[in-house]
Design a binder for this molecule. Structure first.
Ligand code: ZN
Ligand code: ZN
Length: 98
């Protein structure tokens, strides 16, 4: 597991609510892009509620939050490697998409 470029690796807290309890790692880009997200450190800590829970980012009700994390991942990635590389690696543009 690569270090995240999106969060504090030393003091893990849920990205959305800040709790330090029941943390799980969430790859902001998942499915077929999970491995690449891992390689580039595009993951955050989420509590169980915000990750796998009923309103978590993997559920329909958490779709907006999931998109927020995808956009964040793209922004941070592009700060390091640029826009072209993001598109060539992940084949999508999450910025300005709602
Ligand atoms: Zn949370
Ligand atoms: Zn996840």
């Amino acid at each position: 597991m690569r270090k995240s470029i999106l969060c504090n690796n030393e003091m893990p807290t849920c990205y959305f609510c800040g709790t330090g309890n029941q943390l799980e790692r969430h790859h902001c880009l998942y499915g077929i892009y999970r491995e690449k997200a891992d390689k580039y450190g595009l993951w955050v800590y989420l509590c169980h509620f915000h990750h796998r829970g009923q309103f978590g980012v993997h559920s329909h009700k958490g779709r907006k939050r999931s998109l927020e994390l995808q956009s964040l991942a793209q922004i941070k990635f592009e700060e390091k490697y640029g826009h072209e590389k993001f598109i060539s690696e992940f084949k999508r543009n999450f910025l300005g998409v709602n």
